[in-house]
Write a protein of this length. Structure first.
Length: 327
């Protein structure tokens, strides 16, 4: 078990201890206040250089990582992959070595291949590598911001703050993750993050969209989605990943929505106070009804907003290697 990400990489949430996650959440708490200031900047990473390299599309993750780095006063090198020498056939190794030669302290990378972030960490062992999503493997900062968001809402309901025992509110929570689990790096990171915090995690999907190794996951599989909805305190929907061929795993989108979509009728049967998450981007009308996505118990916008303090905390801990937060 890794007990802290200080001065290292963040490649996966598998094997990260509860203490390591709590440390990240508490450092993020200290950056929430910075994000509310008129001048949203602290000098924590002044003079440090963060490279942002996205080989796959992204809106939330890329913008929030680059915002996070700038709010910590780091310089950001943002590679536009589509107009880079990657298009001339330059390898991942040569691309990373070239960027490293410019003098960098961290690489934030998204890549379509599972394990690409680990590979890069071997190419540049003196640089902090932060995985912004690799294939179907992991999306660690999404798992962290999901845990952070639920902890924040539960702490508000208890009239406390996250720092005052908020993490304990996640213990024994019932978290249901629904949809295209086979192709989802978010599901893998959420299972690890909520599991480490002591929550019970259950998965619901058509059999074809469950991963082949699901029996080894630290989560159980729902026999019946509708029954599981009544069990859940939190329902985390996943995007049906058409770009990874998920369309071939279901007879039709309509069929998927009928059996596993969070329709308005299903949302009405949730427990009082149950929360709805979605990492985005959403296929409105497929895995989630459009009105349900916007209703009061949906935390989708909070998830996006919390991406900034969480990514500030991850960059700060990995690059500066210190445990204290905002200055
Ligand atoms: N949740 C998420 O990773 O969104 P983006 O693909 O827009 O970054």
């Amino acid at each position: 078990m890794t007990s802290s990400i200080r001065g290292t990489n963040l490649l996966s949430l598998d094997g990260l201890s509860r203490d390591a996650i709590v440390e990240i959440l508490e450092v993020a708490d200290s950056f929430v206040e910075v994000n509310r200031r008129t001048i949203k900047k602290v000098p924590a990473l002044k003079g440090r250089v963060v490279a942002s390299i996205f080989f796959e599309e992204s809106t939330r993750t890329r913008l929030s990582f680059e915002t996070a780095a700038k709010r910590l006063s780091a310089d950001v090198l943002s590679l536009a992959v589509a107009s880079s020498s990657v298009k001339k056939g330059e390898s991942l190794r040569d691309t990373i070595s070239t960027i490293d030669a410019l003098g960098i302290d961290a690489v934030v990378m998204r890549h379509g291949s599972s394990g690409a972030a680990l590979q890069v960490s071997r190419y540049v062992p003196h640089v902090s590598v932060i995985n912004a999503g690799d294939g179907q493997h992991q999306h660690p900062t999404q798992g962290l911001l999901d845990v952070y968001t639920i902890r924040e809402v539960l702490a508000e309901r208890h009239g406390t703050t996250g720092r005052e025992g908020g993490a304990d509110l996640l213990r024994d929570l019932h978290v249901l993750i629904v949809g295209d689990i086979r192709h989802s790096r978010v599901a893998r990171s959420d299972v690890a993050a909520f599991g480490a915090m002591g929550a019970h995690v259950r998965l619901a999907a058509p059999g074809s969209l469950l991963p082949d190794d699901v029996a080894s996951w630290p989560a159980d599989v729902a026999n019946d989605f509708d029954e599981a909805l009544e069990w859940a305190d939190v329902v985390g929907l996943l995007r049906l990943q058409k770009e990874r061929g998920s369309g071939a795993y279901v007879p039709s989108l309509r069929e998927f929505t009928r059996t596993h979509g969070l329709t308005a009728e299903r949302a009405r049967r949730l427990r009082p106070g149950a929360l709805i998450m979605h990492p985005g981007p959403m296929n409105r009308g497929v895995e989630i009804d459009s009105r349900v996505a916007d209703q009061a118990n949906s935390v989708v916008e909070r998830q996006v907003a919390n991406g900034v303090p969480i990514r500030m905390a991850v960059l700060y801990l990995c690059v500066a290697g210190l445990a204290s937060g905002a200055e």
